[in-house]
Ligand binder design. Structure first.
Ligand SMILES: C[C@H]1O[C@@H](Oc2ccc([N+](=O)[O-])cc2)[C@H](O)[C@@H](O)[C@H]1O
Length: 507
């Protein structure tokens, strides 16, 4: 009997300690919890008050077939008129920060800095001031995919002068908003800009120029980032005291098996997906990834090109680009497994996938979102971030996007999104436990919005938006309450159930 009681006490004590240990997993007080959006996806007001046309206006108006539901961002969530409600939602959630993008053509209608649209500047001033009023730190992306159409007509990212145009635009933004904005992101997701915009028929400008244009874009984009970074560093940082980085999409690509070939295939795939853009900026060599560059050169020669389709960086360019960051913005959503053996060449034109030669696989048991590319994968954030830390050192990381999609009739009780966010944030805690220097986490997204090629068929919002109603009313989903709980307590309470689901600003 005594032994039985002793054993019972022991079990109770172990259980109690395990619980308290788990409760000790807290996010630091200075950790920035936020949400993220992008101008074209939420603002609407596509031609309001002097805004110029951008490549998404152009593509959606002229080739609506590119968008599954033939919709566009003309009105979207109408945040151009509803920005105060959006800031109220940020306050309801208790956000520390809010990541949004500036529409280049709203402040420079032709793309060039000679013609500044004062109404556009005023809109962003009001928006930023509203955040500052409530202690919400604005994190500004300069480019989230919406190039002024006039610049596209001059070649866009393929024009070698692109980096000058981007630097000029960045300077206008630093000049007007840098007294209040302290975290600047030059580009959102170079891979999606260059690969999907220039080597596929999905994203604007829908050029599908195969794996030629995409590599020219990659080089020009990296140089443009570095020009904006140096402009900030040399001419603004001492007065404004902010930081400048870039956001790259870093999903985790692991090997399918333990074979050497799969390990190599996974490495090549990582180099193609994000190393191409990260390596020149964050590595000590300041150059494109070696194995990938060799493979592209080889493929280019086989295809009869007299030089590699991937343009090289000169020594001066490498020096200029290397180390051009204060932080690494990571967009992370999911994981994929890579196999070398199963890859079959599918393309007749040069393609980035053929350049890599690796097949990706996703286990059926990983839960599916509404987006075909999105699964809930185990340890996804930890795998990606620990790899980045091991590769580039323990630099400052901010997770600038992470989120889950449902279909248009998904409703307010979004238990699958709740499960995803809790798992993702547990993985962030694993990173913090391991000493990885993550300083913030931005959930994608604050509210439902125009999801690019899927239009309004995929919803990522913590707040649901009624797109049928001209007023675009916003209603919090269950995930909004759960995120609020985590932000407020700095802990993940897996048993928390909001009841009733009524939202208010905590004073
Ligand atoms: C939902 C958000 O997606 C971001 O872009 C991508 C693109 C591709 C992947 N992927 O894993 O294949 C993930 C995210 C984008 O930055 C944002 O605007 C949203 O649309």
């Amino acid at each position: 009997m005594k032994l039985f009681i002793l054993f019972g006490c022991l079990i109770y004590l172990v259980g109690y300690h395990a619980k308290t240990l788990k409760q000790q997993r807290r996010f630091p007080e200075d950790f920035l919890f936020g949400t993220a959006t992008a101008a074209y996806q939420i603002e609407g007001g596509w031609n309001a008050d002097g805004k110029g046309e951008n490549i998404w206006d152009y593509v959606t108006h002229n080739t609506p077939t590119v968008i599954t539901d033939a919709s566009n961002g003309d009105v979207a969530a109408d945040s151009y008129n509803n920005y105060k409600r959006d800031v109220q939602m940020m306050r309801e959630l208790g956000l520390d920060a809010y990541r949004f993008s500036i529409s280049w053509a709203r402040i420079l209608p032709d793309g060039f800095s000679n013609n500044v649209n004062e109404a556009g500047v005023k809109f962003y001033n009001n928006y930023i001031n509203e955040m500052i009023k409530y202690n919400i730190e604005p994190i500004v992306t300069l480019y989230h995919w919406d190039l002024p159409q006039k610049l596209q007509e001059l070649g866009g990212f393929a024009n070698p002068l692109f980096s000058d145009w981007f630097e000029d635009y960045a300077r206008v933004a630093f000049d007007h908003f840098g007294d209040r904005v302290k975290l600047w992101i030059t580009f959102n997701e170079p891979r999606e800009i260059c690969y999907e915009g220039y080597a596929s028929d999905t994203k604007a400008p829908v050029l599908n120029s195969s794996a030629v244009g995409a590599y020219i874009c990659a080089k020009n984009l990296i140089l443009s980032h570095a020009k904006a970074y140096h402009a900030y560093n040399n001419d603004f940082k001492s007065n404004q005291g902010g930081e400048c980085g870039i956001t790259i999409s870093v999903n985790w690509y692991g090997p399918l098996t333990d074979s050497k070939d799969d390990a190599m295939a996974a490495e090549l795939r990582r180099q193609a997906e994000w190393g191409l853009y990260a390596e020149p900026i964050f590595s000590s060599e300041g150059d494109f990834p070696k194995e990938l560059s060799r493979k592209i050169a080889l493929k280019s020669a086989e295809q009869g090109y007299s030089r590699s389709r991937l343009p090289s960086l000169t020594d001066d360019e490498k020096d200029f680009v290397k180390g051009s960051f204060d932080f690494f913005g990571v967009n992370h959503y999911t994981s994929l497994l890579v196999s070398a053996s199963e890859y079959k060449q599918e393309f007749i034109v040069p393609s980035m996938l053929d350049d890599v030669g690796a097949f990706t696989y996703v286990p059926e048991e990983w839960p599916k979102a509404a987006s075909y590319w999105l699964r809930l994968a185990p340890n996804s954030i930890y795998n990606a971030l620990s790899h980045l830390r091991n590769k580039y050192g323990n630099i400052k990381f901010i997770i600038t996007e992470n989120g889950w999609s449902s279909g248009p009739s998904g409703g307010l009780i979004d238990d699958d999104r709740v499960r995803y966010y809790r798992a993702a944030l547990e993985s962030v805690l694993d990173c913090l436990d391991d000493g990885i220097n993550i300083k913030g986490y931005m959930a994608w997204s604050l509210l439902d919005n125009f999801e690019w090629n899927e239009g309004y068929l995929e919803r990522f919002g913590l707040y649901e938006v009624d797109f049928e109603d001209p007023a675009r009313p916003r209603t919090p989903r269950k995930s909004a309450f759960v995120y609020k709980q985590i932000i407020k307590s700095r802990e993940i309470d897996h048993s928390y159930e909001p009841d009733p689901m009524t939202m208010a600003v905590d004073e």
